[in-house]
Write a protein that binds this ligand. Structure first.
Ligand SMILES: C[S@@+](CC[C@H](N)C(=O)[O-])C[C@H]1O[C@@H](n2cnc3c(N)ncnc32)[C@H](O)[C@@H]1O
Length: 254
């Protein structure tokens, strides 16, 4: 609760008995929210992701450390192809807070981004985070489903789509179920609905493109099959800190 008290860890260590003083009501309100299972990042309205602080509102998914696996995967692919300084175009389907696309644009100095979401509230948060991290001039935001209406030439498509099977949502931890937007969680009956939607959209692309996806635990084979059915070739899998295959990369028209 250092964020609420507006003190840093060093100040707390130096003076552990300091009076809470004028911030006491805010601290009490925050503790009550936490007792209601609200995640600390939501109480503070911000979350650190890949070394940067992102604004988080009730309209966006609270970005997760697991998603950093997807960032590592994309940056490894770009690095291995020697394209770090190329003018790549990257689309992020379901951008939420913008954690993925803003992080990638910050890491790749000449890349441009297309941040896509069905939620206007999410797109507004992405724009704010892009401005905070100095990449707004290389990012456009588009309100649409999947890649509908996107005509840009894309080098890389990234997505951390909603992938929880509908029937599993009621059993989720309260901090997720009651605070992350349903639109960010619900992946349909088998959790794979949006991967099928994205694969359908990708059929129309004419040029070679990487597809880098976050997936739920155990979904790797099924997701790869969906994209292999449209001609993509599965190239990489990456494991998260919990030991689950969390990110896959496929190449299409190669
Ligand atoms: C799991 S969240 C990911 C947010 C962010 N990319 C992250 O990793 O923290 C999924 C996002 O996809 C959006 N979404 C859901 N269905 C979509 C669709 N058909 N097309 C585009 N975006 C969609 C939701 O509004 C939500 O912001």
């Amino acid at each position: 609760m250092q964020g609420i008290l507006e003190i840093d860890a060093a100040a707390l260590l130096r003076d552990p008995d300091r009076a809470i003083g004028a911030r006491a009501p805010q601290l009490e309100a925050a503790v009550l929210r936490r007792l209601g299972h609200e995640p600390v990042s939501r109480i503070l309205g911000q979350r650190e992701f890949y070394g940067r602080v992102f604004k988080v509102t009730p309209g966006v998914l609270d970005p997760r450390p697991d998603t950093e696996t997807l960032i590592d995967l994309v940056l490894e692919i770009v690095g291995a192809e020697g394209r770090h300084d190329d003018a790549l175009t990257i689309a992020d389907i379901g951008c939420g807070s913008g954690a993925i696309i803003v992080t990638l644009l910050a890491a790749l100095p000449r890349a441009a981004g297309v941040a896509i979401d069905v939620s206007p509230a999410a797109l507004a948060v992405t724009r704010g985070n892009a401005a905070t991290h100095g990449v707004a001039d290389r990012l456009k935001t588009v309100e649409t489903r999947g890649l509908c209406g996107i005509n840009d030439h894309l080098d890389i498509i990234v997505s951390n789509p909603p992938y929880i099977p509908t029937g599993e949502i009621t059993g989720l931890d309260a901090g997720v179920r009651d605070f992350d937007p349903m639109l960010a969680l619900d992946g349909g009956v088998d959790g794979l609905q949006i991967y099928r939607e994205i694969a359908n959209n990708i059929r129309a692309l004419q040029k070679p493109c990487w597809i880098c996806l976050e997936i739920g635990a155990g979904q790797h084979d099924a997701v790869e099959r969906i994209f292999e059915a449209i001609g993509a070739v599965a190239r990489h899998r990456r494991i998260d800190l919990g030991g689950h295959i969390r990110a896959v990369a496929l190449k299409i028209h190669c």
